[in-house]
Design a protein around this ligand. Structure first.
Ligand SMILES: [Zn+2]
Ligand SMILES: [Zn+2]
Length: 236
């Protein structure tokens, strides 16, 4: 793994700004990976072994994702909406799982670790670079039983909602009165009053040569050999 300073610089660039959360997140990721014996989590042979559960959608979450290389689209980043500054690092190969929790004491100790800085956030940022891991974090050994339906790789199950016809992947359907429903149709939606609309310029496509009907089979087969190799790991 790169040094803390390099990781912090990269993660601040990806995140959009340098903030105390980046320092905490980078250190949390470094510690978590170390504790489950993945020293180069972004390397191809290790990236497939790592799952990270982050428990907050705050600045630190971006730093954790950046350092470890876990991604929502790769199914290696799991967002648990607990509002807790913590993340669990799971090594799929060994089953080892460590939950690293950012302490509240670290916040109150920021002044003691960076007394020469007056402003709150610069002071926190500097203090979080200086504090030992033992002040910044608590660590729990935990057991995580991850379902096959949550693992990276091709879609393992698809069903169709009996009410709206939407395909639901990876066992996220709800069965109510023997009916298979998508989460929104089961009443468990984060939105309400949905209705289909048209929108301006709705026939736009990025392909300049595209017609508005599907290409015929001959033009399809002509282009087939030229396309770049496409990896469809988690796409379907
Ligand atoms: Zn931030
Ligand atoms: Zn539905």
């Amino acid at each position: 793994m790169d040094s803390f300073e390099v990781l912090l610089k990269n993660s601040a660039a990806a995140h959009g700004h340098l903030c105390p959360g980046q320092a905490v997140g980078v250190r949390m990721a470094m510690l978590g990976c170390k504790l489950i014996s993945l020293d180069e989590p972004t390397r191809l042979d290790q990236i497939k072994k790592l799952i990270v559960y982050v428990e907050m959608d705050r600045c630190a979450a971006d730093a954790i994702a950046n350092v470890t290389g876990v991604k929502l689209g790769r199914r290696s980043l799991k967002f648990m909406d607990y509002g807790i500054m913590a993340a669990t690092f799971l090594n799929l190969e060994t089953g080892q799982a460590l939950r690293v929790i950012s302490t509240e004491e670290a916040r109150s100790l920021a002044r003691a670790y960076a007394p020469e800085i007056a402003d709150k956030y610069p002071q926190q940022l500097e203090a979080y670079k200086r504090m030992p891991d033992s002040v910044l974090f608590r660590v729990q050994e935990v057991e995580v039983s991850i379902s096959d339906f949550d693992l990276p790789g091709p879609t393992r199950r698809k069903v169709t909602c009996s009410r709206c016809g939407q395909v639901v992947r990876d066992h996220r359907e709800v069965v109510k009165d023997d009916q298979i429903l998508c989460a929104p149709c089961s009443g468990d939606a984060y939105f309400e009053n949905s209705r289909e609309i048209n929108w301006p310029d709705m026939n736009w496509t990025p392909d300049k040569h595209a017609t508005q009907s599907p290409p015929d089979r001959t033009s399809q087969s002509r282009g087939a050999g030229k396309e770049a190799k496409i990896n469809s790991g988690n796409c379907d």
